[in-house]
Write a new protein. Sequence first.
Length: 663
Amino acid sequence: MKLTNRSFRFRVCPSIIAVAVLLSAEKASWAAPPEIGPWISRHCGSCHADGNKKGGISLEGVARYADATPDTWSAIHEQLQLGHMPPSQRKQPSSEERTAVVTWIASAMRKAGHHVRDKLALPNYGNYVPHEPLFRGPLHPAPATVVRAWRVRPDVYLSRVPNGIQPFAFLPGQHVSDFSSLYEVDESSAEVVLANAQSLVDTWTKTVNLHGRKVPAPGANPVFVSLLDSAIDPLTGKLDQALTEVTQRAMGRWPTTKELERIRGLYAKVLAAHGRERAVRAALVYPFLYPEAYYRIEIGTGLADKHGRRRLDKQAIVATVQHTLYGDKRPPQLQAVLDNAGATLGTATEVANLVGVLLDAEKPGTVNPQVLRFFDEYFDYRKATDVFKEPPIPLSSYYRPSELVNETAKLITRIVSEDRDVIRRLLTTREAYVANRIIYGRHESDYAIYNLPPDFKLDGLVTLDSESRCGILTQPSWIIAHSGNFDNDPVRRGKWVLERLLGGKVPDLPVTVCAVVPDDPKRTLRDRFRMVSDNAYCWKCHRQMNQLGMPFEAYDHYGRHRLQELSQPVDSTGAVVDSGETSLDGPVDNAVKLIERLAVSKRAEEMFVRYAFRFFLGRNETLRDAAALREAHAAYVKSKGSMKALVASLLSSDSFLYRSITP
């Protein structure tokens, strides 16, 4: 039987609707903040009322909600949520006031049937959550994650449907690629999911003629093929056995009694209308069409606590930890917990111990693949292979960015596997892996990417010059990944430092801005940048990025350290400006000095924890998650910089284990 896309959508909708009903039924009632109109007028009216229309926005009559258009309220919501308004020189509302107003606007617009774009739910906007309240000050009493349906990773889906067509992909340019709010299964993806399931079941039930009788074809499943035999009654237990196996494959769990009853009912209907063969195939396809086959549905179980939270049960915790650290592969330690009735995972300590056991089980010198993927995305160095260099000289055939990427990956694996002082060592190590393509047989040693002398004879782990190299940010792969096709890009490099180490915010590029640096072969890149970014309109955003990125002018866009540019000494000075930690602010002479200053800062360490939270929980942190972040940072510090301790703390936090209806 060929299930149509229409019937597939009919099957998906009830589960999604069930979650929606659960949300609406239990959503807590709340009142609007008092005097919402006067509040907006007080903080915004001087620039956007009484005849003023700065930015083209007028808030005349905004005290009455109905007098403002949805577009106006959407603009107010975004500007307040991202902290762009009121301007920094004006008196600022408290974080609590701002959050209350933003929440009220969003809820009021939804009730009126208007879409609200929640940018804080997107992966590149996490830094808009204020830093200080997350690590200092009062704590929210009940951290939790809002109930969600999180689409499975592309690799997880294909492990369930091998040789199928990939319906899913990650969006490029995201700080965290696997983000729960970023993806959904649209109609085109649903069609591929259905076709893949049908193709897989066709393979499992395919037969060939052998000596006048049908036998399983290569790749077929004998149990499934036996269901086609008219002499066997599948409803005696054979069908349930097959469905159990398929459900395990599709969703990683046993089918429930109700699910088996439902599929038996489908089998009976199709059998009566179309015969046994179509009935068997329809029944075997069915588990792959459950939302759980392509979504991680996390709603918690049992009664809600006084804060409206539900805790994940044992099976859900195991599944969530498995997906977070392994994808579709379940290690024996997790299976043992499922099989052990005495292991309840009822406390955070039990969950933390389990995660610790899993991470310790990796072979010496290796690291959990998902932990490594976090560092790949955090440093964002692998995109060096996507930066086409024109022309690829004078390095000629020695320029192989894929090998540079592999060398950085080996260095990260080595430091993370040693599991001590991880982020500081990654930022400041003078060690590097250098393959023999650079060390042996060089003809132009002056152009060697690592600036090694021509008589250098070692191969593998080497120690580089401490005055010119300092950690991952001076690895050629990172320099290339954050460069252009023809030249350096101090904005990309400064943006990385600002966002990843200092928690700074970079607004979206206005559509009216032509972000093009003039091409002048007689001017240095620094001079050319001054021509376009030093005006007041540009400088308000570039004042931090440029001064953090210019120290990397000590390297060319191939990642080679240099002392001259256009026959004059390279100017690699810069500055840390308004970092949020006054001890960090001030001028720097070069990239090495900049990195060394930031690497030992509490601010950079806390930001590292925030990025780890986003990666392993698949969402941005909120003020509600302050306890989880502080506990994770404390665990990292107490363990002397252990990544394992940090991950174990995050995956045993209330933010990871509890689900709630409201944010």
